[in-house]
Design a protein around this ligand. Structure first.
Ligand code: HEC
Ligand code: HEC
Length: 220
């Protein structure tokens, strides 16, 4: 817990530097500029196995290899308060549109090549039925790794404990610090018990996909 807190402080102290570069109009994302700005992200997103402790203990999501348009959408949702997670709200609130464009370009492109993945294991009958009921692949795409819209997330291989926290958060209403106000996913998750969400999260986390943690040791 102590580690989480000191990294939060470190991240917050770095915000001042970035905000001073506030741009008027966002240009297309520049991955090299994004790499420098990612100094305030790697303390959490660049440490393999790193865990957050609020609202429960779970792995910090992998964002390397995630779609840039989705990263932008997610950061904007925290910035606007549609996603309530307090730390990510604080961090995104200090970012300009240009910072978000640069960070999105950087994280979309910084995944390192992986050997071709084995074909995904078929879900058991129960999980198959749950995924079918919500038609998850109709939006999150083949293998839940090829979203039909670039502003939708890749899910395959994401940490299962994070996926569960994310899914449950779409159910929460009227809490100042927990919840996500996305209408599409809000409607989806209400059709499932938390035990069913957990079964899906576990299976989705086991699928081969593009998401990774890139420690970025070169960055100082
Ligand atoms: C103190 C730790 C911490 C720092 C620093 C941090 N994040 Fe996060 N980030 C998290 C946690 C925890 C979550 C999950 C929040 C939630 O449950 O909604 C998250 C979520 C995200 C998401 C949403 C992922 C998804 O799959 O929806 C994005 C995008 C993101 N962070 C980008 C960044 C960027 C870019 C930076 C640096 C500017 C950054 N974060 C800094 C801890 C951190
Ligand atoms: C109609 C399109 C659609 C369908 C169907 C759909 N999703 Fe989503 N999903 C989305 C969108 C859009 C988001 C991003 C929401 C946001 O910005 O918070 C999302 C977000 C998520 C997230 C959060 C990912 C992250 O990185 O934080 C999870 C987990 C998820 N969906 C799982 C599922 C599962 C499981 C199903 C099937 C039961 C499903 N989705 C069905 C469109 C869809």
């Amino acid at each position: 817990m102590k580690k989480t807190l000191s990294l939060t402080m470190l991240a917050l102290s770095m915000l001042a530097a970035v905000s001073s570069a506030r741009a008027q109009d966002a240009q297309p994302g520049d991955a090299a500029a994004g790499q420098k700005k990612a100094a305030m992200c790697i303390g959490c997103h660049g440490i393999p196995g790193y865990r957050a402790s609020f609202p429960e203990v779970y792995s910090v999501p992998m964002i390397s290899g995630q779609g840039g348009k989705y990263i932008t959408a997610a950061l904007n949702a925290y910035r606007k308060g549609e996603r309530k997670h307090p730390t990510m709200r604080g961090i995104s609130g200090s970012l300009t549109d240009q910072d978000i464009a640069d960070l999105s370009a950087y994280y979309q492109g910084n995944a390192v090549a992986k050997p071709a993945a084995a074909a995904p294991a078929a879900p058991d009958a129960k999980v198959a039925e749950l995924l079918q009921k919500g038609n998850c692949a109709s939006c999150h795409g083949e293998g839940l790794n090829k979203p039909i819209d670039p502003s939708y997330p890749k899910l395959a291989g994401q940490h299962a404990d994070y996926l569960l926290v994310a899914l449950k958060s779409y159910k929460v209403e009227g809490n100042a610090n927990v919840g996500r106000a996305n209408a599409i996913m809000g409607a989806q998750v209400k059709a499932y018990s938390n035990a069913e969400l957990k079964l899906m999260a576990k299976y989705i986390g086991s699928l081969p996909g593009d998401l990774q943690v890139v420690p970025n040791a070169k960055l100082r």
